[in-house]
Design a protein around this ligand. Structure first.
Ligand code: G3P
Length: 217
């Protein structure tokens, strides 16, 4: 499973990227707004830190504007992925941008029919928002399972990018369901390593080693 960060907080991005296991990053207009940094500078800073796919979203009503914005975004860095909304205009823009080999991420996906449309439009990634589905008392992880089944049935190559991740359980369940990517906010990412039995076990190992009087170095 690829781990992307879902963030525009450069400090957190750098700190977690130092682990050497971050494969990419996603942004959205709300995360851009939170950053309070001029947009183009922010994206350039992020792309100088993250070498994998970095999703940046168009903000337009019609496909022509989305295509123009997408072409401009793709020129900002070679690893830019153009995020498009799950609308008819977004699907049309996805088809056109895919034709000119610009990588795309169709976002705000909440159903299997939407996921089929994205795959048929040549999307590089599809982003089902599992946290927001759970908020609506709909099983978000079940949507991941169903999309993966459909994509397997028809050999679609679009990658399933589990988004709107709220807990480490979302990460593990998405992985079990076969999501290709999980895009994880730093506050959730920080919890992935935690387990009380690990802490307890390490305490015992360290204490027994100390009592043994042995040395490694
Ligand atoms: O990338 C999409 C993600 O940022 C949305 O998450 O928690 O606003 O549903 P959330």
């Amino acid at each position: 499973m690829d781990f992307f960060l879902d963030s525009t907080d450069l400090e957190e991005i750098k700190r977690l990227n130092d682990l050497g296991i971050i494969n990419g990053l996603t942004t959205n207009p709300s995360l851009i707004y939170k950053a309070k940094t001029p947009f183009e500078q922010l994206i350039k800073n992020i792309c100088s830190e993250i070498k994998g796919p970095v999703s940046v979203e168009t903000v337009a009503e019609d496909s022509n504007q989305m295509i123009k914005q997408g072409i401009k975004l793709s020129k900002m860095a070679k690893n830019i992925v153009v995020k498009l909304p799950m609308t008819w205009e977004g699907i049309k823009a996805c088809t056109e941008l895919s034709k000119i080999n610009i990588h795309t991420n169709v976002t705000l996906c909440f159903s299997t029919t939407q996921a089929i449309l994205a795959a048929k439009a040549g999307a590089t990634f599809i982003s089902p928002f599992i946290g927001r589905l759970d908020d609506a008392n709909i099983d978000g992880v079940q949507l991941i399972r169903e999309i993966k089944q459909i994509y397997s049935n028809f050999n679609y190559t679009t990658k399933v990018l589990a988004a709107s991740i709220r807990t480490k359980n979302h990460v593990s369940q998405s992985a079990i369901a076969g999501a290709d990517v999980a895009t994880i906010p730093p506050k959730v990412f920080n919890t992935l390593v935690d387990h009380n039995l690990t802490d307890r076990g390490l305490e015992i190992f360290n204490s027994d080693w100390h009592k043994s009087g042995q040395k490694i170095l």
